[in-house]
Design a protein around this ligand. Structure first.
Ligand SMILES: [Zn+2]
Length: 271
């Protein structure tokens, strides 16, 4: 039953990812009305038919090309859908809100687990938007981060987890960590967008899981950069967007942070 629900949630997540790509596109091109208006092909400007807006399936069906002008559709769109779908599914495995009783005709929903699912899904969507926006345009729109902060604060206050002292400390640590880098490098290593993202990470995670997230982000960033240098896809001076690593670290820390901290402490105690 869980697998069945997970597949449905994957597809709901993919649909939300499809919506995110509209938000990203319209934010970039400063098109008013994110929720209004029909989607158009960015090349021939023809309105896209509803049948061509089905997440993942339409892209595969059209072989990644516009129905009218045959211009290649950026694979980024389908990646946003796949990643949003996967994350929605993983959050469900972390917070399985559906009752497991097969005998019940109407499935039961545990409201507190459901709330956790919704809040981490909502925050993850803003993080995914930040991930792709930075990847595409090397910039973090403040509005995405502020929406994330608002959602994360509501989630924390309603659920009481993490505790206020924990996430306030986390937010301060996250912001100071990047603010210091901003001051030392005079804006060469990080931007103000990273400072606000650090604040958001701290609010979502609390200070312990924030450390886990930063560790994952820097480790991945280092491995990735070395990979790019070895394959000569980048040189020492190249600027690599860092928000995607911070976002990945944050989401992994939401999903597996507790286990990672437990594991680390056990290793530390045995040593
Ligand atoms: Zn077209």
């Amino acid at each position: 039953m869980d697998i069945f629900i997970a597949v449905i949630l994957f597809y709901i997540g993919a649909g939300l990812g499809s919506f995110l790509s509209v938000v990203i596109y319209r934010t970039r091109h400063e098109i008013a009305g994110i929720f209004l208006g029909r989607s158009q092909c960015s090349h021939c400007h023809k309105n896209i038919m509803a049948i061509d807006l089905i997440p993942i399936i339409s892209y595969v069906g059209l072989q990644g090309k516009c129905r009218y002008c045959k211009e290649k559709i950026s694979p980024m769109y389908v990646w946003i859908e796949i990643i949003s779908g996967l994350i929605c599914m993983l959050i469900y495995f972390k917070f399985p809100f559906m009752g497991r009783e097969f005998s019940a005709i109407v499935p039961t929903i545990d409201s507190s687990i459901f709330f956790n699912f919704i809040r981490y899904e909502a925050v993850s969507l803003t993080l995914i938007a930040i991930f792709f926006y930075d990847l595409l345009y090397q910039e973090i729109p403040d509005i995405f981060t502020y929406v994330g902060i608002l959602l994360a604060l509501i989630g924390n206050m309603v659920s009481g987890n993490p505790l206020p002292q924990n996430y306030i400390t986390g937010a301060a640590c996250g912001a100071i960590f990047f603010e210091l880098q901003l001051l030392i490098s005079r804006g060469r290593w990080v931007g103000t967008g990273d400072v606000i993202l650090g604040l958001l990470m701290g609010i979502i995670l609390g200070w312990e899981k924030l450390i886990v997230a930063l560790f994952i982000a820097y480790l991945m960033g280092a491995v990735f950069s070395i990979g790019l240098l070895i394959t000569k896809k980048a040189s020492i001076g190249s600027k690599i967007p860092f928000a995607p690593f911070l976002v990945t670290g944050t989401i992994l820390s939401v999903l597996f942070g507790s286990q990672m901290i437990d594991w680390y402490l056990r290793v530390l105690l045995l040593a």
